[in-house]
Write a protein that binds this ligand. Sequence first.
Ligand code: NAP
Length: 256
Amino acid sequence: MSTRRVLVLGGTGDALALAGRLCDDPAFAVTTSLAGRVARPTLPPGTVRIGGFGGADGFAAYLLDERVDAVVDATHPFAAAISRNAVRACARTRVPLLALERPRWTPVAGDRWERVADVVEASTRSRDLGARIFLTIGRQGLGSFAAIDDRWFLVRAIDAPEGPLPRHHVLMLARGPFALLDELTTLRAHAIDVIVTKDSGGDATEAKLAAARALGIPVVVVDRPLIDGASTVSDLDAAVSWLAVLSAPPRTKHPA
Ligand code: NAP
């Protein structure tokens, strides 16, 4: 059986885990692609390439040059540009594409969530709801809050944001996963009265939702962007099965 060249679009824990699984299987040669946004990324096993492809055209050229057999888009659900480029480039080059997307978070009894369409709407709603706002949306989108100078913000991100920030803020540089007790401590220590999050899904950052529930704090949840055009699975096993089917030798036809 020939080795299949799999490109994993990364930048998430799911991509790390997938690369780990595939590297254990000699049927696959895995390359993970990272955008290069984080200063010290956790590197997956296998080959790693870092940096943009140059839009959908550059992506398509890369797929052909590197003779990629399949692409798994395991990027963050809010990384919409790269996912749309993957759809276009794979369609053009006829390389099979799978999206590995963790399920959305769903509220349970006691949650006080408000879903909004985007970060701009989140800035308006959170300002209405509270005076001390915890921004857990990463670095992108913080600019939508920059002009709000009559509220106080706790801004959490892995690396320091480059763009403008609101006048009254404290920056907390931290990388998940975050434990429930730590989230409770953070919310109490800063007297947070509203949280803003993207609907990232997954366990690594969901403790903040449980902490908000325990303290009765409202959460403004930014909905995911819509990206069509790829088959989608929500867990690693399903992604590995999809790749296994793809790499299985064609069944020989028996003469009638
Ligand atoms: P994005 O807006 O979808 O992508 C912007 C551009 O960055 C893309 O057009 C592409 O450049 C390049 N790019 C993005 N991901 C790439 C990858 N895995 N490999 C190579 N190039 C990539 O992405 P983003 O929201 O800035 O996110 C960047 C990375 O951070 C992603 O890999 C994502 O998984 C991770 N991440 C994002 C978030 C979030 O909230 N957005 C949260 C956690 C992690 P070219 O057009 O030049 O190819």
